[in-house]
Design a protein around this ligand. Structure first.
Ligand code: ADP
Length: 248
């Protein structure tokens, strides 16, 4: 077992008001899981992901990574953000190298790994370019390269496609699935938050559905569709309908 989410609850206190965001979340992540977390807006999806990567602490419960309490600087877990979160004053390669800095000291080694992942996401030739010169899709490719370069065991993604146009987002999803199918490439498991049900059915092996706030697990579905998946397949739509029917 890779990650265990045990009895996780989260409440926020703002101006004396207590907001219960998550209630008693339990599930585990295994090798080869591609999990999508879906649910209505505000149900606590992003909060849950931040807790899983160790960026936020649960009010009660715990997250164990290979049996140990997750630490925020765990290099085996990396994150892709909706708004890319690139440093504008660093080039493509420097953005990736910065993520490698805590674990790799040698400049040559950092350069080699950064270039490998720039190539993997199809950005060869853009190593020395600054983020402002890139389209949204290319910026997110840098986001993926940076997250993969640390060779994470678990890759977490928070709505990574939702600020991209439809065509760019579809291309990027297919490329990410190709990287995922390549057993020589990290990660071992993926957790992705999305509000897009079709996207979840297209990408995931498992879909976890949360209730409206406070988020509780309503269903944990194994998606039994062969890959590559075809959106026009009636079976695909049966899964999409099933997921919709479980979202309140
Ligand atoms: P989702 O990702 O499903 O849209 P979030 O995890 O962003 O939901 O938020 C869940 C709930 O917790 C929301 O009601 C939100 O307002 C609240 N919340 C999230 N982060 C904070 C915070 N830092 N302080 C106070 N409330 C928060």
């Amino acid at each position: 077992m890779l990650v265990e989410i045990k009895n996780v609850s989260k409440a926020y206190e703002t101006n004396g008001n207590r907001i219960q965001a998550l209630e008693n979340i339990n599930f585990s992540v295994e090798d080869n899981d591609f999990i999508c977390i879906v649910g209505p807006s505000g149900c606590g999806k992003s909060t849950l992901l931040r807790i899983i990567v160790g960026l936020e602490k649960p009010t009660s419960g715990e997250v164990l990574f290979k049996g140990e309490v997750i630490a925020p600087d765990n290099p085996k877990v990396s994150m892709v953000f909706q708004n890319f979160a690139l440093f504008p004053w660093l080039t493509v390669k420097e953005n990736i190298e910065l993520a490698l800095a805590p674990m790799i000291a040698g400049e040559k080694e950092k350069d080699k790994i950064a270039c490998k992942y720039v190539r993997a996401v199809g950005l060869d030739g853009f190593e020395r370019v600054y983020p402002r010169e890139l389209s949204g899709g290319m910026k997110q490719r840098v986001g993926f390269a940076r997250a993969l370069a640390v060779e994470p065991v678990l890759l977490c993604m928070d709505e990574p496609f939702s600020s991209l146009d439809a065509l760019t987002s579809q291309n990027l999803k297919d490329e990410l699935l190709m990287l995922w199918a390549d057993k020589n490439m990290p990660p071992d498991a993926v957790i992705m938050v999305t509000h897009n049900v079709e996207e979840a059915v297209y990408m995931a092996n498992r879909i976890i559905i949360l209730s409206p706030r406070p988020g509780k697990i309503v269903a944990d579905l194994k998606i039994e569709l062969d890959r590559p998946r075809n959106r026009k397949d009636p079976e695909f739509y049966r899964w999409v309908d099933k997921v919709y029917s479980l979202i309140v």
